[in-house]
Design a protein around this ligand. Structure first.
Ligand SMILES: Nc1ncnc2c1ncn2[C@@H]1O[C@H](COP(=O)(O)OP(=O)(O)OP(=O)(O)O)[C@@H](O)[C@H]1O
Ligand SMILES: O=C(O)c1ccc[n+]([C@@H]2O[C@H](COP(=O)([O-])O)[C@@H](O)[C@H]2O)c1
Length: 214
C-alpha cells in the first residue's frame, strides 16, 4: 500500500546548528521542460527557496520529458538559453544541466540517485507543481525515489490541479498563478502579448528566434 503522509506547510526539517556548522547544504532542484520558462516558474522557485531557507534553487531542464504527450519541446539548447536569461538577476537561482548532458528520457529517480550519491552532505528539495503532485503515482520507480536519503518533494499548489499527494510532500504556499508554458506558446502563435508573463529578455529571445510560430 502507498504511504500517504502529507506535511502541511511545515517548517524546514533541519537542525539550525547543522546548517551553521556548514556540514549540510540545502539545495532546491526545480525540474521541468521549461518550454519556455515563465514568470510562475520564477515566482515558485523564489518563494520556495526563501520559505525553506535553501542555499540555491537550481532549474533543471529535462532532455526528453518522461510524459509521452510532452515530446514536442523545442531544442534543449534554446530552452536552456531562455532559463539563463531569466535567472540572471537572482543570486538564489542556478542551473543544473545533468539531465541535458545525460540525454535520453529524464527520469527523476535516475537523476536524483546519482546526485545524492555524488553530494553526500546535501539535502535535496525537488519542487513540483500540483499537477505533478497528482501524477506522482505514475512516476518511474516512485517508491524508490521517495525513499532516497536526503530527498524531499516540495509541492506548490496549482490552479486546475487536484493538488492531492499520495506520497510525502512538503507543501509551500505560494501566490497562485494559473498560466502555463502551453499558454505562452499559444499566445505567441496567436500574436498575443506575453509581457509580464515571461521576463523581457525571454520575450525578446522568443521573438528573435521566431519560436512557437507555425
Ligand atoms: N503556474 C504554475 N504554478 C505552479 N507550478 C507550476 C506552474 N507552471 C508550471 N509549474 C510547475 O513547474 C514544473 C515545470 O513545469 P513545466 O516546465 O512543464 O511548465 P508548464 O507551464 O507546466 O508547461 P506546459 O504547459 O508545457 O506543460 C512542474 O512541476 C509544474 O507543475
Ligand atoms: O521520473 C518520472 O517518472 C517523472 C514523471 C513526470 C515528471 N518528472 C519530472 O518532473 C519535472 C516536471 O515535469 P514536467 O513534465 O512538468 O516539465 C521534470 O523534471 C520531469 O523530469 C519525472
Amino acid at each position: 500500500m502507498q504511504r500517504c503522509r502529507v506535511f502541511a506547510n511545515p517548517r524546514p526539517r533541519v537542525q539550525p546548528e547543522t546548517v551553521s556548522a556548514g556540514r549540510r547544504h540545502r539545495v532546491g532542484i526545480y525540474g521541468g521542460t521549461f518550454n519556455p520558462i515563465h514568470n510562475a516558474h520564477l515566482l515558485v522557485a523564489d518563494q520556495v527557496g526563501q520559505s525553506l531557507s535553501l542555499e540555491k534553487v537550481k532549474f533543471m531542464p529535462d532532455a526528453t520529458p518522461p510524459h509521452v504527450d510532452k515530446k514536442t519541446a523545442i531544442d534543449a539548447e534554446l530552452r536552456l538559453a531562455m532559463i539563463k536569461l531569466a535567472i540572471k538577476n537572482n543570486p538564489l537561482f542556478g542551473i543544473e544541466e545533468s539531465e541535458l548532458r545525460r540525454g535520453g528520457v529524464s527520469y527523476t529517480y535516475d537523476t536524483m540517485k546519482k546526485m545524492i550519491e555524488q553530494h553526500p552532505t546535501t539535502d535535496y528539495y525537488f519542487i513540483i507543481g500540483g499537477d505533478m503532485v497528482d501524477y506522482l503515482p505514475k512516476w518511474h520507480r516512485i517508491d524508490e525515489l521517495v525513499r532516497l536519503p536526503r530527498f524531499h518533494f516540495v509541492g506548490v499548489r496549482r490552479p486546475g490541479a487536484k493538488n492531492e499527494a499520495a506520497y510525502p510532500v512538503i507543501w509551500v504556499d505560494v501566490p497562485l498563478v494559473s498560466f502555463s508554458s502551453t499558454d505562452i506558446r499559444r499566445r505567441v502563435e496567436q500574436g498575443l502579448p506575453i509581457r509580464y508573463m515571461v521576463p523581457d529578455a525571454v520575450a525578446a529571445f522568443i521573438k528573435e528566434h521566431h519560436l512557437y510560430h507555425e
